[in-house]
Structures are given as C-alpha cells and as structure tokens.
Design a protein around this ligand. Sequence first.
Ligand code: FAD
Length: 461
Amino acid sequence: MSYDVAVIGGGPGGYVAAIRAAQLGAKVLLIEKDQLGGVCLNRGCIPTKTLLKSAEKWRDLQHYNEFGLTADNIGFDFKLVTKRMNQVVEQMQKGIGQLIKSNGIDYKVGRASLTAPNQINVNTNSGTEQYSARKIILATGSVPMGLPVPGGELPAVINSDQLLAMNQVPENMVVIGAGAVGIEFAAIFQSFGCNITVIEMLPNILPNIDNEIVKRMALLLRKQGINMLTNTRVTGIKPGNRGAIVEISNGTTTQQIETEKVLASIGRIPVVSGLGLDEVGIEYTSKGIKVNAKMETNVEGVYAIGDVTGEYMWAHAASAAGMIAAENACGQNVTVDYKAVPGCIYTTPEVAMVGLTEQEALAQGNEFKVSKFNFAANSKAVSMGETDGMVKIIADRITDEVLGMHILGAHASDLIMEGVLAIQNKLPVKAIAHTIHPHPSLSETIMECAHGINGAIVHQV
Ligand code: FAD
C-alpha cells in the first residue's frame, strides 16, 4: 500500500501529526506498536494527573473540618483509585481512536522500521507488512533511563511505568532524581501514606526552575513530610529485608536507607534503535534525532518530532512539532517556534514557568525588573484555603517586555497561559497590568504582580 504521509508512533506528537495531515487532504497511515496516546496518555501525563486528583481529594477530605464540614469513616482504597485512573485512560484512548477513524486515517498496530527513505516494514502479530509513503514522520518518543549504579537492576528498583502499574501503595519508597517526574510521584505517593525520601545529586530539586520558586517549593514539600536529600549520590543498591538497601553519599558521609521500593526517575532516553536510522542514513545522537525548525531530518522526506528529537520533552511541545511536521509534509513551509514553551510540575500546589528565570536573565546580562505577589494576598486563594504560593514576573527594564513568568500555587498550570501569550507575542508587562481581570479570581495574582513591575501593587505591602 502507498500513502502520502506515514507516521510512526501514536503519542501526542504522532497522532496529532496524523490528524493534521489528514485534515490537509493527505492519505495517512499511523503505525503504533502499543497503545494510542503514547507515554502521555498511557504512562505519563494523564495517569499521573488522575492519581494526583485522587490524592488531592484525599488530602482535602482530611481537612474537612477547616471548611465547616463533618464526616465519618473517611478513607481510600488504592485499588479503586487505580481503577479510576485506568478508566480515564481507556476513555481517552477510545476518544483518540474515534478521531483517527473519523479523519479517515489508516491505523496499523505493529512495530515499524524504515528500509528506505520512503519504505516501511511493519512487524505485526500476523507477520511483516510493507508500506511506502512519500513523507514519513518519526514520533517514537522516549523510555525511562536505567539506573547506572550497582544493583540498579534489582527487582525492588522500578521505573515510572512500573510504579503506575502497581495497585498498592508501598510503605516506603526512595525516589532517585528530583526532576518533574520524580517530584510528582513523590508528592502523589506521600499523600497516600508512603514514606518518601528523594535523592538528588544536584544542589537543588527541579533544575531549570527559578531558584526562589524551587526554594519555596522544597519547603512546602518538606512540610508535607517528604524527606529530600540534595547534593547526594546513590552509590549502590543491595537487596534488603524490606526490598532494598540504598547506599548514598554526600561526599563526606555515607548512609544506608532500607526501603520497599526504589523509583528510578533520572531521565528519559529517545527511542532511536530498531528504527532503521543507520540503514537510511538519518543523523542522530544519544540525545535524539537531529531536526531543523521545519522538523526535517537530514534525509529528504523524513521528519522527526517530540521526545525522539530530545527537544522540550513535554507532550504539548510534541503536539506543536507534530502540527509543523504534518503541514510541511503536506507542502507548506512553516517553522516551529519554541520561544514560549511552558513547563509545569503537577504537585500540590503546582509549579509553572515560561521564559527566563531570574538567574538566566542575570546570566544573559539583561537589564530587568522583578515583581512578586503572594497567593496569601489574593481573596480567591484565601477563600479556597490555598494560600501557599507566589507569582514572579521578570520584565525588560527598558522595553517593559515580559521575559519570564513563574508561578507556585493552585492552578499554576492554567494561570501560566497569560505569561505564555505575553512572551509569545512580545507583550509589555503593562498589557497584563491594564487588562481587567475577574474578581475574585486567582488570575488577579498575575495582574497585581504585573502592576508591581511599576510599583503599583494594591493588595500587598
Ligand atoms: P510518546 O508519547 O513516547 O509516544 C511514542 C509512541 O511511539 C509510543 O506509543 C510507542 O509505543 C510508539 N513507538 C515507539 N517505537 C515504535 C515503532 N518502532 N513502531 C511503532 N510505534 C512505536 N508531559 C507533559 O507535557 N505534561 C505532563 O504532565 C507530563 N507528565 C509526564 C509524566 C510521566 C510519568 C512521564 C514519564 C512523562 C510525562 N510527560 C509529561 C512527558 C510526555 O509524556 C512526553 O513528552 C510525550 O508523551 C512525548 O510524546 P511523543 O509523541 O513524542 O512520544
């Protein structure tokens, strides 16, 4: 069979690319070896946020008396929590399946590899099938990185895929790596009563996030009961009575921690093997497939998008790249614009950021102004009982342009869009300050913070 566009990988990069190409009139083949939705839907964004919602509801229930409520026999059943998680995932898988069908896309379950720049072999349960396509989009994503320490392969050491497949909460867990994935799982499982120790070799948790926000976040996580050891390395793991014994060192002292599970969350690696890249001459490194701003690889007619390129390993970045690749594959001439990619950490409260951190603005030698506004001074946050957090805006001292926005607080992942729009469109900070925001709303924290750049905060001294 011959197609205009074939997409390998049905994650948020691949399925979005397939739909966009079909909308533009292309005859499209989408090949996925596992489940539609990729890591994001099946083992990433959606299952974790569903678990987090249950964790938040459980936390809220435990504080019911603060809200004037009475209740008896409150509790949770983790099997039911994971059942709901699986139902949400299934519902959304079906939704993507319907979109694929209604856009007239041919869908094939199998493992694909390139045999030539426009030829694909697909290994299915019933044998190998061959397809050709004028344009091919590679969207094979990433997998968890193994733990390169002695004992890293012991059964008690699990990755995020395996943790999501568990239907009981371990009594204790050591989380190795304090990036977004490690911190989200630490927060979720701590809420369900698991004793968590996070080990991070860098001086701070959540590298790439503004230092001030990270410090406040770390305080909140410690207050929630999470033990966090930074500047600390795991030197080895041994089998133990409970599961494992993790050996750690901070350079001067060593320590052993007995634990039931060890979550390895030290990063993800792009899926480049078994794809026929060498055979076809597609350039890649250990960080991923090399692409230009049109998402083209060095081989004409072959594009790559999402985690497999190693660029901005977020679902929304993969989908944005998928749109660009599909449009170029269908004859347009468009380039991706990564100047305002938001990053969000889904903890309680959330963290969200876009643009430069204060440290980056300093390092770039920009002349800039900073304003901060606390959630505690916002009436909606007070009425919600969610006063932990702050907004921080960094703006160019001369042009007033928004350079960065950082939020720690309830609904930060929704609120950050004001900053994303401002940075994407090079707006001055007064465009936010002089826009009337609804009252009472959490978005007023952003308006007040924007006023603060010019010394005009009303509700904070
Ligand atoms: P993937 O989603 O990895 O999809 C690739 C697909 O390709 C897979 O389905 C795979 O089976 C298929 N495939 C691979 N090889 C082949 C082959 N040879 N033939 C056929 N099919 C193949 N990002 C966010 O933006 N927000 C979040 O909240 C968030 N939370 C996360 C939580 C966790 C625990 C994890 C692990 C990740 C999270 N991410 C989050 C990251 C996000 O999941 C990824 O950035 C996103 O899924 C990348 O999309 P993709 O389409 O590039 O690849």
